[in-house]
Design a protein around this ligand. Structure first.
Ligand code: AMP
Length: 567
């Protein structure tokens, strides 16, 4: 293994590295730093986020800068403002003992004039997002004819985010004889095409397995009903009281909704998505980086700039569409030698995608059982006991009160006291998880078994709307699921007729359904729910419209509390 002091780096850089406590070069640093110090032709480096790649290109770039010149000698392009600032800060740390080194970050969403002023003073290195860099080049403010190193950082992400036009445009402004260095976590076709077009016989290095996740990440998935995903997420959070991670969602709307629900359930979370203003984004990101927020609910694009080393968990609320995205997301945990966990919550339709991800990842993604209510309570309880054991007792500050408290509690023995302290802390938890359902999606074997011995009592409701009011099964399920209960509501058979409908719902929620569905509207029409127990007159228009049910409509609506098997 080659060490930093064997790499012919300048003394000032070595001092900075030592201040940063970098002792052993990471794999990508071992492979790229010596090569870049000795070679001038193009390089493609495959490495994951968090692998130490900023220093892998940053140290050789700074090492070769001529500080006496005020020309821009190196330019780094990266996908987001946050990464741009991160790279700039890293470069500042690496170059802190170099007197004349200047770097400027240029990115969208901030005053262009300030950036123009900074560039005007003359800098050695520019770090920028493709949109702003291209803009400054077209305005002839940014001059890059003297650059001899162009670094494309997270090239796959830049292309994913639609920066192709800007990247190709920028390339045309740069000198032909420069060295192009491309860092990417994955090598999709777009990146290969770009490399073919703009790079000359590049040397290739790869740290770890190409496209493979870090070794110290455990990969699991939970299979549940789609409607139980939120409750599964809560169990994951409850099961890991010290969790610090990112929950990836599909859309901005979903991100916002889940974050709001978790906040109202008293979880320490916030959301990050494209609908937030720059100020809001910054506030959330700072809170997260400092560890004030435990779980960040985010979309892929919004989470891109987050560079935190000690994330314990990555949670995918759905399996991502592309395996590469999964690898990228999970690579945000298990960084800098730490271990991490990547959990994906899937429904039965998403299992196939999980298999594709597993194949690309090259290691097993194990199905795990969603923790039961009892397991969660046990975990929380022992976490509390740990805290009790390790808390520092400031006796001197308590002195004034202790005797009075001892006296007050003297009628309680040790066991009673412990029980009461636990009750103070845990009653709410124990209550919440008292009848907690098994959230695991039953596989076929289990399903059959459950059918025979685990009945759920359903009540059949009459609903005053049908397909002529544009009511669909999905819309009706959505309305039912809007009713707040401790977990999701089991729904049985749904029949949408022309002018009215029937739905079977877990009988435990009978009064809640009657009360709450009656307050809702569908397409502006007030909903009415009744228990379907009496024989109702059938309108002609409803005859023969009951798709898939050949019993017709002239029948008793006698579904009340009939037992239906739960699967
Ligand atoms: P990067 O992939 O450049 O974002 O780096 C990920 C994290 O690893 C950053 O917090 C770096 O400061 C840290 N890091 C980079 N190189 C080393 C090293 N050789 N030893 C320890 N930490 C490092």
């Amino acid at each position: 293994m080659i060490k930093f002091n064997e790499m012919t780096l300048k003394e000032e850089l070595m001092k900075a590295i030592s201040d940063l406590n970098f002792v052993i070069p990471t794999e990508i640093q071992q492979k790229s730093i010596p090569w870049l110090l000795e070679n001038k032709h193009d390089l493609i480096a495959l490495s994951q986020t968090g692998s130490g790649k900023t220093a892998a290109f940053g140290l050789p770039v700074i090492n070769t800068i001529d500080m006496n010149s005020r020309d821009i000698q190196a330019m780094i392009l990266c996908p987001t403002r946050e990464l741009c600032l991160q790279i700039t800060n890293d470069f500042k740390s690496f170059s802190k003992y170099m007197n004349n080194f200047d770097i400027c970050a240029v990115y969208g969403g901030a005053s262009i004039q300030n950036q123009i002023d900074q560039l005007g003073k003359g800098v050695n290195v520019v770090v920028g997002t493709p949109g702003r860099v291209f803009d400054l080049l077209k305005r002839k403010i940014l001059k890059v004819d003297a650059i001899d190193k162009l670094i494309l950082d997270e090239a796959d992400e830049m292309l994913n985010m639609g920066f192709k036009e800007e990247l190709f445009g920028i390339m045309k402004f740069t000198p032909k004889n420069k060295q192009t260095i491309l860092f990417s976590a994955t090598m999709p076709q777009d990146v290969i095409r770009m490399a073919r077009e703009f790079m000359h016989d590049p040397h290739k290095i790869s740290a770890g397995h190409e496209n493979k996740g870090a070794e110290n990440i455990k990969h699991y998935y939970y299979k549940v009903h789609a409607r139980d995903k939120y409750y599964t997420l809560k169990r994951i959070a409850d099961m890991n009281p010290r969790i610090y991670g990112i929950v990836f969602c599909r859309t901005r709307k979903e991100t916002q909704e889940i974050a709001e629900k978790l906040q109202s359930d008293n979880y320490n979370v916030d959301s990050l998505h494209g609908d937030l203003s720059q100020n809001q984004r910054e506030r959330v990101m700072n809170g997260f980086r400092k560890g004030h927020i435990q779980l960040l609910i985010a979309t892929d694009v919004a989470a891109r700039g987050i560079d935190v080393d000690d994330l314990t968990h990555i949670i995918n609320y759905h399996p991502p569409e592309y395996p590469d995205v999964y690898i990228h997301r999970s690579g945000r945990t298990g960084r800098a030698g730490k271990s991490g966990t990547s959990i994906t919550i899937i429904n039965y339709r998403e299992e196939k995608r999980m298999k594709q991800i597993e194949a690309k990842l090259g290691k097993p993604i194990l199905r795990q059982a969603v923790p039961s209510g009892k397991e969660v309570c046990e975990k929380q309880l022992f976490n509390f006991v740990d805290k009790v054991e390790s808390v520092v007792v400031e006796e001197t500050q308590m002195e004034g009160f202790l005797n009075a408290v001892y006296k007050r509690l003297e009628w309680l023995n040790r066991e009673d006291l412990i029980k009461r302290f636990i009750a103070v802390e845990f009653n709410q938890y124990l209550e919440y998880y008292k009848d907690a359902a098994d959230l695991n999606y039953p596989d076929d074997k289990k399903r059959k078994k459950k059918n025979s011995d685990d009945n759920v009592s359903f009540t059949r409701f009459f609903i005053n709307m049908g397909s002529s009011d544009n009511l669909t099964k999905k819309a009706l399920m959505y309305l039912v699921n809007r009713i707040k209960v401790k977990r999701s509501i089991d729904i049985g058979k749904i029949e949408i007729l022309s002018n009215f409908s029937f739905i079977e719902i877990d009988s435990r929620y009978e009064s809640k359904i009657l009360k709450n569905l009656g307050k809702m509207k569908h397409n502006g029409i007030q909903l009415r729910a009744e228990i379907a127990e009496e024989k109702k007159p059938v309108r002609n228009s409803d005859r023969n419209t009951d798709r898939g049910d050949d019993r017709g409509n002239d029948r008793k609506y006698s579904g009340k509390k009939r037992n239906r098997k739960k699967y």
